[in-house]
Design a protein around this ligand. Sequence first.
Ligand code: ADP
Ligand code: MG
Length: 483
Amino acid sequence: MASTETPNLSDDVIKRDLLPEIYQWSLSNGLIMYPPNFKLESVSVAPTTLYPTPVPRRSFQDAIAVQKAYNELYCNVSRDGNENWLTNESSKLAEFDSEFTGRLWGLYQKASKQGYSQKLRLGVFRSDYLIDKRHDEIKQVEFNTISVSFGGLSSKVGQLHNFLNDSGKYSPDRGSEFYSNEIPVSESAIKLADALATAVEHYEPRQPNPVVAFVVQDGERNVFDQRIVEYNLLQSHGIQTVRFTLEQVKTHTFLEPDSRRLYWKKSGQEIAVIWFRSAYSPADFKTEESWENRLILETSYAIKAPDLLIQLSGTKKIQQLLTNPDILAQFVPDESSRSQLLSTFVNIYPLDDSSLGREGKRLAFEQPFNYVLKPQREGGGNNIYKNDIPDALRKMDEKDWAAYILMELIQPEPNKKNVVLRGSEYYKEPILSELGIFGCVLFDESEIHYNQYSGWLLRSKFNSSNEGGVAAGFGCVDSLVLY
Ligand code: ADP
Ligand code: MG
């Protein structure tokens, strides 16, 4: 069967046969999440699509092929080269967004005053794309430098769709495979663990058996996505993990004053690597102490994924500035990498007093329907779309507009055949799919020790909704069938 086709199963067959297969496979294999207000022992099936979504092989390969160049770009930006470009830009941004970027910037200044004893730094990244229908090209939505999620569940949903295809559930009349084309399985669950393990191997411990710490949100519902990576760390690398929230830093860990080595209090084990699955939005900092604790972690000898400068390199403002070819060239000397990167950008404008900024302001009012307005925030639900832009700007002081970027809308082709399953309901509504490519880079000032593509994620959302958060209730995890 041509892989752009989708099984045409009746509602009866979906309800009676397919849904039980999906629920039971998902519960057996951990394609799950906690529901709102959960108890530890009862879980929900993660929102998924019924079928894999067709994606052109070439787009998929293009997105994978550019990942190492992206890793290297953000490594170079985070090294603060080009006459402290990143710290200069971050200090300017701090003034416009004092509530969050400003606080991260303030924390970085304190940390650099104390000095960084650990020279190794780990980027665990995800670059997100939509495929633009006008030229059938991948275009970047955003580059995430902190708390990238769904590396664990992405591998599971590919396995689910393969199971349904291989076991004949997509062609119940014949019991044979529906798709003959490849339904790849993302290696992210393995590869993210590999990257964390590589960082541990480069860490020089005082004591044997150092651990990886996951800094997590209180009441995280997407915990199984993280757990899958933890189990792989133990299984493939023999590395144990510990988990704590920003509020628990002082009660659960111990910082040795002189060496600044960080230890897990309960067992005395040394913490080699800290992976932040929290600390990316103001809501993650519940009290003033959360900020102090973030500084303790930053100035510890553990390898941070990410440290504050890597985190600050991931703001929307930096993404906008890097679309300028002259700025890009400062960080990516290699011309072919540069043209690969440039081909994934759409136009992004500042809204300041520069000439590009004035152009941005004009477009925001004259053609808002072609743009999305973004503040310096992560995690979904913050953007302003299309015709809402002029009013939103009018409500602000013009000087505050500089905290935002104006981004050209990518125009993906909706898929009208796939079906979204959320809990007991399924929805036959057109969806849009966003492809995320994971990448990891371990580096210090002068050397890149590890630079890898680390798997992928496909997330789909209803075409009718602007945002696509899975945990936030807008979207679902998907997989792809290549054609
Ligand atoms: P966040 O940091 O909140 O995840 P994003 O920049 O990823 O912010 O935007 C959230 C969602 O908005 C994306 O997942 C995508 O669905 C939509 N979106 C963002 N930018 C664009 C764009 N340029 N064109 C089309 N859709 C976009
Ligand atoms: Mg996003």
